[in-house]
Design a binder for this molecule. Structure first.
Ligand code: AMP
Ligand code: TRP
Length: 329
């Protein structure tokens, strides 16, 4: 049987090249050999404040982007998390099976909560909702970037514990974290991951950036001391990051790019990289524009939610029965 694949992206900020190379690109590859579910996780987005109008726009933008990068709604199920109520329902049930201590150890929570005086309870219980997303579909594989590893681990722990306590209920999922592109770093600081929420827009390439913006951002990207384009993640982390971007976006090996730029300076290399990224993003951007103008996106999401619900309901019924809840299932 084809494996079940599930993943999600939050409709917050502009989608970055990190999101694309770490997650979206793998979604597209995985859809062909799997039964796949790709979700827009709007319930996760509201763990931090969101403007309602902007949130709505970002949900539709992200859906159009899913389609523009090559997800095919005929073979992959594309939907919005809040359209399938079972996510919130299982989220609650799993909150009652996860411990405060486990959630307190989550690094994403610690990073997002740091320095803030008003942190929502939802931000703290976020991993239980993410576990619900994954476990609702009896998922086998979860394509994500490196930063989600700890959340996949806690999902497995929750599922194993639940099965031990209530009998076989959930499939135990595995993370699918590919080596290349799993952690794209900031252009201004190779020790930080490229992120939607970094206050410096020059730290990231956004998928909607114009060719000029892309050229400018790469030309200003920090490089390391010394000359020569060589791959040394320890000593030349900035150049190694740019090489990783170059290789993953063109599906070439790092070695062949190093060979191409042998004896040439960083300037040439960064120009070549910029042009490769522009060429890759151009068709995605034009598909995005026409999808956004057509009215198809909402229909596709509603059809996706309908399909997702069929599978989610089966799991919720089983979970409730095993826990001993309610009267209808
Ligand atoms: P988020 O923007 O937090 O919803 O992330 C969506 C997906 O993109 C997740 O699978 C992340 O692991 C992945 N991701 C985010 N930033 C990066 C990055 N800098 N490098 C690689 N993957 C990333
Ligand atoms: N937590 C993920 C992130 O920040 C988004 C997410 C929510 C997700 N639910 C998921 C990813 C389920 C994979 C599977 O990137």
């Amino acid at each position: 049987m084809a494996p079940i694949v599930f993943s999600g992206i939050q409709p917050t900020g502009q989608i970055t090249l990190g999101n694309y190379l770490g997650a979206l690109k793998h979604f597209v590859k995985a859809q062909h050999d799997a039964q796949s579910y790709y979700c827009i996780v709007d319930l996760h987005a509201i763990t931090v404040p969101q403007d309602p109008k902007e949130l709505k726009t970002r949900i539709l933008d992200l859906a159009a982007l899913y389609l523009a990068v090559g997800l095919d709604p005929q073979i992959a199920t594309l939907f919005v998390q809040s359209d399938v109520k079972e996510h919130a329902e299982l989220g609650w049930l799993l909150q009652c099976n996860v411990h405060m201590g486990e959630l307190s150890r989550m690094t994403q929570y610690k990073e997002k909560a740091e320095g803030k005086d008003a942190v929502t309870v939802g931000l703290f219980t976020y991993p239980a909702l993410m576990a619900a997303d994954i476990l609702l579909y009896q998922t086998n594989l979860v394509p994500v970037g490196e930063d989600q590893k700890q959340h996949i681990e806690i999902t497995r722990d929750i599922a194993l514990r639940f099965n031990a306590r209530f009998g076989d209920t959930f499939t135990i999922p595995e993370g699918m974290i590919t080596k290349e592109g799993a952690r794209i770093m900031s252009l201004d600081d190779p020790t930080k991951k490229m992120s939607k929420s970094n206050p410096n827009p020059a730290s990231r390439i956004e998928l909607s950036d114009t060719p000029d913006e892309i050229r400018k951002k790469f030309s200003r990207a920090v490089t390391d001391s010394g000359r020569g384009v060589t791959f040394d993640p320890e000593k030349k982390a900035a150049v190694a990051n740019l090489l990783t971007i170059y290789a993953t976006i063109t599906d070439r090996s790092i070695e062949s790019i190093v060979n191409e730029y042998e004896g040439r300076g960083y300037g040439d290399f960064k120009k070549g990289l910029g042009e490769a990224v522009i060429a890759h993003l151009e068709p995605i951007q034009s598909r995005f524009q026409s999808l956004r103008q057509s009215g198809d996106v909402v229909d596709i999401l509603q059809e996706g939610a309908h399909r997702a619900r069929e599978s989610a309901q089966k799991t919720i019924d089983l979970v409730k029965r095993n826990i001993g809840l309610g009267t209808y299932y």
